[in-house]
Ligand binder design. Structure first.
Ligand SMILES: *[C@@H]1O[C@H](CO)[C@@H](O)[C@H](O)[C@H]1NC(C)=O
Ligand SMILES: *[C@@H]1O[C@H](CO)[C@@H](O)[C@H](O)[C@H]1NC(C)=O
Ligand SMILES: *[C@@H]1O[C@H](CO)[C@@H](O)[C@H](O)[C@H]1NC(C)=O
Length: 343
């Protein structure tokens, strides 16, 4: 009798650890959600489930997607757990994702608890896309209407072009993005010395450089690099970016990425925030950026592709960032660019 219940208990526990799966780049040793759109995915049979929250720093906005329905938005995670509402008894899928970036806050997850029910299997796509970028890829100000002050609540990583493209292609995705970050220099006014090629080597954004062990299971088929917007900013503060140095920076970073993912197709994207009229027509920043990407792609060879996101329209989110409609346009462009090459 005692022996039987011990066996059942062991099975239940091992089933649980198998079913719980992190979304995005999450260090399993810390279980800290740092990068945008990181979270957890599971399915269960029962009426409700909760995920323990073991520590919180700052402000964190999350979405809870149940059975693929309309996301439940939590403006700021608080307390010791995040729970689903009471659901009809049956089989349900749950995806919890962070909407905001590290600058606003991070939090750590404990275990999943099923109320009167059991955890089930979680389905994983074999395809994986990695998006590397700045505030555009973060979803900074996406849910705001200009003029507005960005906040954790107005960021929306799960509605970014990267997340939408992954959804279009039924792929898992990792968004490795940080507002203000650049390839060879950060945005004007930033005192942060960390550039994207360095931040990219971290498991969680708060972990040490080179802490990410590049697990085989997280190897992307596609890497999207959306960088340069911040490098181009200069007005009244510094010289315009040197296009040759930016090209060399892109090639060097892409080659480092390829060192880890030799089979990945690389998609280098332009910025919808750069135009050929601002700050001056002479700068022609959008066209210059595209030339930089073309020069880099040519050097990188057949597995590198350029995706030109046109300069965005006049309706924008906070601080001129792409809004939800713009992200949808970008997703359509990126989806077809990827489909031309694969899948
Ligand atoms: C905690 O979060 C919940 C869900 O978003 C919210 O309804 C509640 O007001 C928050 N409590 C505090 C003290 O902020
Ligand atoms: C840009 O950088 C390259 C390589 O370092 C250098 O040769 C060139 O003179 C620079 N161009 C300008 C306009 O500063
Ligand atoms: C991809 O998603 C976007 C936005 O969600 C949509 O506008 C677009 O048409 C989709 N493209 C394809 C090929 O499914």
């Amino acid at each position: 009798m005692t022996r039987l219940s011990t066996v059942l208990l062991t099975l239940a526990v091992s089933g649980l650890s198998q079913a719980l799966r992190f979304l995005g780049r999450v260090n399993p040793a810390t279980r800290e959600l740092t990068w945008p759109a990181t979270g957890v995915s599971f399915s269960f049979t029962g009426t409700s489930a909760s995920v323990a929250v073991t520590s919180i720093s700052g402000t964190n906005s999350v979405e809870l997607l149940i059975d693929g329905g309309t996301p439940i938005i939590i403006e700021n995670v608080n307390g010791t757990s995040i729970s689903t509402p009471s659901l009809v008894r049956g089989h349900h899928t749950v995806q919890l994702r962070k909407r905001s970036e590290t600058v606003y806050g991070t939090f750590t997850l404990g275990d999943v608890n099923i109320i009167r029910g059991s955890l089930g299997a979680d389905s994983i796509s074999r395809r994986r896309i990695q998006i590397i970028g700045d505030s555009i890829s973060v979803g900074y100000g996406l849910d705001g209407t200009y003029p507005c002050t960005n906040s954790a609540f107005l960021e929306n990583a799960p509605k970014t072009y990267g997340a939408l493209t992954a959804k279009n292609l039924s792929a898992e995705f990792d968004i490795l993005a940080w507002s203000g970050i650049g390839l060879i220099r950060n945005t004007i006014g930033s005192s942060d010395p960390v550039l994207m090629p360095q931040l990219w080597t971290r498991y969680g954004t708060n972990d040490e450089d080179n802490s990410y062990p590049f697990p085989k299971a997280e190897t992307p088929d596609i890497v999207v690099i959306n960088l340069g917007t911040n490098d181009f900013s200069y007005l009244g503060v510094r010289d315009p970016v040197n296009a040759t140095m930016l090209t060399d920076g892109m090639i060097a970073f892409a080659e480092t990425i390829r060192g880890h993912y030799p089979n990945a197709e690389l998609f280098l994207t332009s910025s919808p925030m750069l135009s050929d009229t601002y700050p001056t027509a002479e700068d022609a920043q959008h066209t210059t950026h595209v030339s930089v990407l073309n020069a880099a792609a040519e050097k990188l060879g057949s597995k590198a592709h350029v995706v030109d996101f046109p300069t965005q329209g006049s309706e924008v989110g906070c601080d001129y960032h792409p809004n939800a409609a713009e992200h949808e346009k970008m997703a359509a462009i990126l989806t077809s660019a990827i489909q031309e090459v694969m899948w």
